[in-house]
Design a protein around this ligand. Structure first.
Ligand SMILES: Cc1cn([C@H]2C[C@H](O)[C@@H](COP(=O)(O)OP(=O)(O)O[C@H]3O[C@@H](C)C(=O)[C@@H](O)[C@H]3O)O2)c(=O)[nH]c1=O
Length: 192
């Protein structure tokens, strides 16, 4: 498994599992505890796996949890996504920075989202299925959302007339999410 440390966001990692191809098909080791133990922060003890399936054009995000921040290990089981990680951790050296990556079932990329970073993805194909492990259970009281198109963040989503997706499909909650500028600091996660 090849591991790349993000230059842009402190603690963010990208895993590229090796693919073994033969006449029957292909095989990858998709999870190794020893790799996790060696490379991830102490809080990356995964307690739950979540799987979502979406139609093309669905954008989920940008989501994070305060008080019980969730580290996430994200991969695509079917289709492809533009995956975005945003550092909203107060006092982080990379606060306000974002990283966008094309992850797909084909390329097998796995993205480690450090606890406290916001996460979202745009589905680029029909029936795109994403699976992620999380290090804390979900607590709706601590869930927070930032607008996917926040002008302060200026994320280059592949959205628009000549892009992969003309108009994203959002949940009502994501449509009504606040902009970063209006968020009190109590709603932002800590950096440790
Ligand atoms: C995230 C989640 C949702 N749910 C339920 C709540 C709701 O009824 C339904 C859909 O939830 P949501 O609209 O929050 O799902 P979704 O918009 O897909 O939320 C997810 O977005 C991506 C980007 C993330 O990074 C995740 O951590 C999570 O926030 O599923 C759970 O039961 N457990 C969970 O862990």
């Amino acid at each position: 498994m090849h591991i790349h440390r993000s230059d842009a966001i402190a603690g963010m990692l990208i895993f590229y599992p090796e693919e073994h191809v033969d006449h029957r098909g292909a095989l990858r080791e998709v999870y190794r505890q020893d790799v996790v133990d060696e490379h991830l922060a102490y809080d990356a003890r995964f307690v739950m796996e979540v799987q979502s399936t979406s139609t093309k054009g669905v954008l989920r995000g940008l989501h994070y949890q305060i008080e019980q921040p969730q580290a996430k290990l994200v991969r695509v089981l079917a289709g492809s996504i533009y995956d975005v990680v945003v550092d909203l951790r107060l006092a982080s050296p990379s606060y306000g920075k974002w990283v966008g990556l094309n992850a797909s079932a084909d390329n097998g990329m796995q993205i480690y989202v450090p606890a406290g970073c916001a996460h979202g993805f745009l589905c680029l194909e029909e029936a795109t299925t994403v699976l992620y492990k999380v290090s804390q259970y979900r607590d709706p009281d601590y869930e927070r959302i930032i607008r996917w198109d926040d002008p302060l963040l200026a994320i280059h989503w592949p959205v628009g007339i000549s892009a992969a997706v003309a108009e994203p499909i959002l949940s009502l909650r994501d449509q009504q999410a606040p902009y970063l500028v209006s968020l009190p600091s109590i709603d932002l996660p800590e950096y440790d």
